[in-house]
Design a protein around this ligand. Structure first.
Ligand code: COA
Length: 160
């Protein structure tokens, strides 16, 4: 499949990704992130335009504009350090384990570096998500048991 990377789709088109998550964001929450400066990136089939994978991130210093439920615990330690917080990596089930999440991760990391950021931080689920981050150079800081009410997530950082 030939793929293309895009930024800034209408949020209603992106809600299909929320079904893949243990923590699901509403359209209003995604809009709140967007209003605070978050960047939403997508990988899609270049021919059919069908969406495959999503990731979004925000400058840590902009997170104080967000309501409490969107302020990720631990991120406050990275204020003033020129870091971005990666909220989500999601590949639709039928496309998982085919390398698309990794391709979008690489695209995101290059974009964040090109924008001049020094670090990426985030909380990753102990599935393909932490694997994806560790294989792109992330280092685990600590674990958060019951991050989403049931699962342990690892809090990580990565130099850009
Ligand atoms: C995590 C996720 C984004 C990975 O996307 P993907 O497109 O399948 O990723 P890739 O195919 O590029 O695989 C990345 C790595 O993770 C591994 N992997 C993928 N899914 C996995 C799983 N369920 N369990 C263990 N490892 C997995 C792959 O083998 C690959 O490892 P490798 O680089 O050593 O070969 C995808 O599984 C997903 O959307 N999951 C549901 C939503 C979710 O939990 N998101 C994370 C929230 S923090």
């Amino acid at each position: 499949m030939e793929v293309e990377f895009i930024e800034g789709l209408p949020l209603e088109e992106t809600m299909i990704f929320e079904g893949e998550h243990s923590i699901q964001l509403s359209k209003d929450q995604k809009q709140e992130l967007k209003n605070a400066g978050a960047i939403f990136l997508y990988l899609r089939d270049a021919e059919t335009k069908e969406l495959v994978s999503e990731t979004y991130y925000i400058k840590v210093d902009d997170m104080e504009k967000l309501s409490r439920d969107l302020q990720a615990e631990g991120s406050e330690e990275w204020k003033g350090k020129n870091a971005v917080y990666c909220y989500s990596n999601t590949t639709l089930t039928r496309y998982q384990r085919q390398g698309f999440g990794g391709m979008l991760k690489d695209y995101f990391l290059k974009q964040a570096k090109d924008k001049g950021y020094d670090f990426v931080i985030g909380h990753a689920r102990r599935n393909g998500s932490i694997k994806l981050n560790l294989s792109s150079g992330a280092i685990i800081i600590r674990e958060y048991p019951n991050w989403d009410g049931s699962e342990t997530y690892d809090f990580y950082y990565r130099n850009l």
